[in-house]
Design a protein around this ligand. Structure first.
Ligand SMILES: [Mn+2]
Length: 346
């Protein structure tokens, strides 16, 4: 895949202080894309900084650049520092989110900043009009894959992956690996090309898997068992299943950010389940986080937009509900019952 990067090249030439911003509740693709961009820009002589709105999973800590200037700044914990960086940047790059609102605390600051703004994202209906340059397509596995093809198209790389620093290549691989659920979904022919090129570049695929997928705590694996055994409800009339995760249970199982990553996929292993939902109390208890997954042509992106104030992709979407967790099952059933037939499939 080649990408026209001319307008980006012009912006990059002039920029020195570059702020890379991921989304709230960062996943592997968010952390992978901001750290990959950091390593690339740093090697290119720029002064990049990374901001994530909220803490990210501990299993991804190894991607955090081991450098005081690379340290990821969590806006939730260091809001003034994050705001100052956004204000003083020459260039802001938003990665892996389609709406500035997904930066949670920083939307107004980003809009007010005089910095040039670039978007790199793979979600539907991105706010491209808010950016000077926007790379936005849904025909890639992940933001990391899109970023990989952008980097490869830049003249200083010119298709030669040897010119991509190894830590950058590792971050790109991890973002693609996590967003595809380790090549389980959202994989395109180019995704395998990317994986092949990155492995040839020196990325240790097995080591990445080991660090990201096999380094959870005991309590996380026990929580997973508890969710399947005690918290999963099937609604056969809708081919649906859902699980509820309360803040009380999070305490009981010593929950860390990212621990419920992948839980929403578990019910899909059941042949009759076509749609799966995970409802999680947010840390502050102010709302319920909604994760949705589906099989085949069932479109949970449109489902999330209509009923859960969110969106995403056809088979993976999310949103929020402002109601107590115990009211969610009735709302979910109501949503399934009133989901218009013409919106179910895409
Ligand atoms: Mn992503």
């Amino acid at each position: 895949m080649t990408i026209d990067t001319k307008s980006l090249e012009k912006i990059l030439q002039k920029a020195r202080d570059i702020v890379l911003i991921g989304h709230f509740n960062p996943d592997g693709d968010a952390v992978g894309s901001v750290t990959a961009a950091w390593h690339f820009l740093r090697a290119a002589g720029k002064r990049p900084r990374i901001i994530l709105p909220s803490p990210y999973p501990e299993t991804l800590k190894f991607l955090d650049p081991d450098n005081p200037q690379g340290r990821i700044i969590i806006a939730e914990e260091h809001l003034e520092e994050a705001r100052a960086l956004v204000r003083d940047a020459d260039l802001i790059v938003c990665l892996d989110h389609n709406r500035l609102a997904r930066t949670e605390y920083l939307e107004a600051d980003i809009l007010a900043s005089k910095a040039q703004k670039v978007l790199v994202d793979h979600h539907l209906a991105a706010e491209t009009f808010r950016f000077d340059v926007a790379f936005s397509t849904v025909d890639v596995s992940s933001t990391c894959e899109l970023l990989f093809w952008i980097l490869l198209s830049l003249p200083e790389v010119d298709g030669d992956t040897a010119r991509i620093p190894l830590p950058c290549a590792e971050s790109l691989y991890v973002g693609m690996m996590t967003d595809t659920n380790n090549f389980f979904n959202s994989v395109y022919p180019d995704t395998f090309t990317m994986a092949s090129l990155l492995i040839a570049r020196g990325v240790d695929k097995d080591a990445m898997q080991e660090k990201v997928l096999n380094c959870y705590s005991e309590s996380r694996t026990r929580l997973m068992g508890h969710m399947i055994q005690d918290k999963m409800t099937l609604l056969p009339q809708y081919g649906a299943a859902y699980m509820l995760l309360s803040n009380l249970e999070k305490d009981e199982y010593d929950y860390r950010p990212g621990d419920s990553e992948g839980f929403v996929n578990l019910p899909l292993a059941i042949g009759s389940v076509q749609v799966s939902a995970l409802f999680t109390d947010n840390v502050d208890g102010k709302y319920v986080r909604v994760s949705l997954r589906s099989k085949g042509r069932i479109d949970v992106n449109r489902f999330a937009r209509r009923f859960f104030a969110g969106g995403g992709h056809r088979n993976a979407a999310g949103g929020r509900l402002y109601m107590p967790l115990e009211e969610v099952p009735a709302y979910f059933e109501h949503a399934l019952a009133s989901w218009p037939e013409e919106e179910k499939f895409s």
